[in-house]
Design a protein around this ligand. Structure first.
Ligand code: FPP
Length: 242
C-alpha cells in the first residue's frame, strides 16, 4: 500500500474501540454522560503515551453511525466532549507534534463541531510524531460502499476508500486493534484496514484504561508472529523493533 504522507517507519498503527463508558458509570450510580467524561480523560491519557509505545498512527472510534440511535442528550454530550477536547487540546497537539484528523461523515455533525474539527486539522497539519484519527459519524461499511463501483486494484480501492472519508492518502493498515470492556466485535470499524490487524480484547472498561494497559497490548502485539497468510514471519513489519 502507498504510504506517502504517513511517515511512520518502524511505528505501528493502533486502533481502539473505546467501550464500556456506560457500564463504568452504571457501576458507580452515575449518569452515562459521566462515563463519557471519564472516557474522554482516558482518551487523553492514551494519546499522551501512544508515541512512547511506538505508535505512529492512532485511530479511535469516538462515534459510530449507529450511535445516532442513542438518546439525544447522550449524543449532544458526546459532541460537546469532542468539541471541548478539540478546543482545549489543539495547542498541546501542535506542541507535541500530533496531527489530528477526523474520519467519517461531517454533514450530520453540529456545525460547531465541524468548525473546530477543520480548524484543529488545519492547525495540527504537519505534526510528525503521531497522527491521531478520530472516527466520528463513521461507518466502515458506508465508506466501503462509497468507494466501491468500478473494479480496481486493492491499492486503487484503498485510495478511493480514503477519499470516501475525507483523507488525501490511504492510511497504513491497522497493526493492532484494541477493544475494551470485554466485547469481541469490530462493530463496523476499519473493516478494510484491519484485514491483518492483531486483535486485543481486554475486560478493562475504557475509562479505566491507561498507559500500563496500552503498554501491555503493544507488548502482546510485538510477541505475536505475523505471517500475513505466508508461512514465515515478515521481518520488515511495521512496529517491529530490531
Ligand atoms: C462506548 O461506550 C463509547 C462511546 C460510544 C463513545 C466514546 C467516547 C469517548 C471515549 C469520549 C469522547 C471522545 C473524544 C474523542 C474526546 P458505551 O457508551 O457504549 O459503553 P457501554 O457499552 O458500557 O454502555
Amino acid at each position: 500500500m502507498t504510504q506517502s504522507t504517513w511517515q511512520i517507519p518502524g511505528r505501528i498503527h493502533a486502533a481502539i474501540i473505546m467501550d464500556g463508558n456506560g457500564r463504568w458509570a452504571q457501576a458507580r450510580g452515575l449518569p452515562r454522560t459521566a462515563g463519557h467524561r471519564a472516557g474522554a480523560r482516558a482518551f487523553e491519557r492514551v494519546v499522551e503515551c501512544a508515541p512512547g509505545e511506538g505508535i505512529g498512527v492512532l485511530t479511535v472510534y469516538a462515534f459510530s453511525q449507529d450511535n445516532w440511535k442513542r438518546p439525544g442528550d447522550e449524543v449532544r454530550a458526546l459532541f460537546r466532549l469532542m468539541e471541548d477536547f478539540l478546543c482545549r487540546e489543539v495547542d498541546r497537539c501542535v506542541a507535541n507534534g500530533i496531527a489530528l484528523r477526523a474520519i467519517g461523515r461531517r454533514d450530520r455533525l453540529p456545525e460547531s463541531v465541524v468548525r473546530v474539527l477543520a480548524a484543529a486539522e488545519e492547525r495540527t497539519r504537519g505534526g510528525g510524531k503521531l497522527t491521531l484519527r478520530i472516527a466520528v459519524d463513521y461507518s466502515s461499511r458506508d465508506a466501503i460502499a462509497a468507494a466501491a463501483g468500478v473494479a480496481c486494484t486493492q491499492d486503487t480501492f484503498s485510495r478511493r476508500l480514503a477519499a470516501a472519508y475525507g483523507e488525501p492518502d490511504p492510511p497504513p493498515d491497522v497493526d493492532l486493534l484494541i477493544r475494551t470492556a470485554g466485547e469481541q466485535r469490530l462493530s463496523d470499524f476499519l473493516l478494510w484496514e484491519a484485514a491483518y490487524a492483531e486483535l486485543c480484547f481486554t475486560p478493562v472498561l475504557w475509562p479505566d484504561f491507561g498507559a500500563d494497559d496500552l503498554r501491555e497490548a503493544v507488548t502482546e502485539y510485538r510477541r505475536r508472529r505475523r505471517t500475513f497468510g505466508g508461512l514465515t514471519a515478515s521481518v520488515s513489519l511495521p512496529g517491529r523493533v530490531a
